[in-house]
Design a protein around this ligand. Structure first.
Ligand SMILES: C[S@@+](CC[C@H](N)C(=O)[O-])C[C@H]1O[C@@H](n2cnc3c(N)ncnc32)[C@H](O)[C@@H]1O
Length: 256
């Protein structure tokens, strides 16, 4: 059994994403992201940071709400940023692309709001993450986010463990610890809650591609190349039904 002492566990982004495949598979994240975006109050002229923009599918909807404003599409992955640049080209200078690590101080001027979907759980140090976001958010500015939360993809991780790769999923935080961290980082009017999003994926190749590209991306990095595809098939077999047991952590807060 491979456990989480490996490089991928210490640093969540040791390899780049398969951004084109992610873009194709990201229907669930886009659907949830659009619901989260509706929670962001906007007049249309604000400067908004999309923290972990990925391939830009949700960012595109954010841009449509900000015809007189600015979007900063930030991500650590060069492949994701390249995909986002293609998708968002029609918005011209309304979008600025920034490659940066959310776990480190951000090279940005103040923004009016921070929006983020399906990203925070990829970052281990949430104290640093929230401090970095607070540092670039103007006083009174809004944080609206959603990411994987406590209990997220537990069945998938159990199947991966049974198939030989045991990774610690503790970056799936609870609402209580997230609220405490946000308050410590300088946020107020904090609301955090979990909800379940069980998501069926077509069995066979689509499920294996989904697991490879999204849920088990980091597990993959731990395995020698010849072991990767048999591992995937074994996880898919152990899942029994092709449903990803997503649990989302929702976050609303204001910069004090
Ligand atoms: C699952 S994708 C979500 C993308 C998009 N927000 C969406 O909902 O489709 C997660 C994104 O977080 C980015 N990410 C992970 N860790 C990061 C970090 N430390 N700093 C910046 N971006 C990071 C990844 O590169 C990836 O593009």
């Amino acid at each position: 059994m491979i456990t989480n002492g490996g490089a991928a566990a210490r640093n969540p982004d040791t390899s780049d994403w398969d951004a084109a495949t992610y873009d194709r598979l990201a229907n669930p994240m886009t659907r949830w992201g659009r619901v989260v975006l509706e929670r962001l109050p906007l007049e249309g002229q604000e400067r908004v940071l999309d923290a972990g923009c990925g391939s830009g599918r949700v960012t595109e909807h954010l841009c449509q709400r900000l015809r007189r404003g600015m979007v900063i599409a930030l991500d650590l992955s060069p492949a994701m940023l390249a995909e986002a640049r293609r998708r968002l080209a029609l918005f011209g200078e309304q979008v600025t692309f920034v490659r940066a690590d959310l776990a480190r101080p951000l090279p940005l001027k103040a923004v009016d709001a921070v929006f983020s979907t399906a990203t925070f759980h990829w970052i281990r140090d949430h104290d640093a993450l929230f401090a970095n976001l607070a540092a670039v958010l103007r006083p009174g500015g809004t944080l609206v986010a959603q990411c994987g939360g406590a209990g997220n993809i537990q069945r998938v991780h159990a199947a991966a463990k049974a198939a030989g790769v045991d990774l610690d999923p503790t970056h799936f935080a609870t609402p209580e610890e997230t609220s405490r961290r946000l308050i410590t980082a300088g946020f107020t009017r904090v609301q955090c809650w979990l909800h379940q999003e069980p998501t069926p994926i077509a069995p066979g190749e689509p499920l294996e591609t989904y697991l490879r590209t999204v849920c088990l991306r980091r597990h993959f990095e731990l395995l020698p190349v010849p072991d990767r595809e048999p591992f995937l098939r074994e996880v898919a077999r152990r899942l029994k039904e092709p449903v990803i047991d997503y649990v989302r952590l929702n976050i609303l807060a204001r910069r004090a």
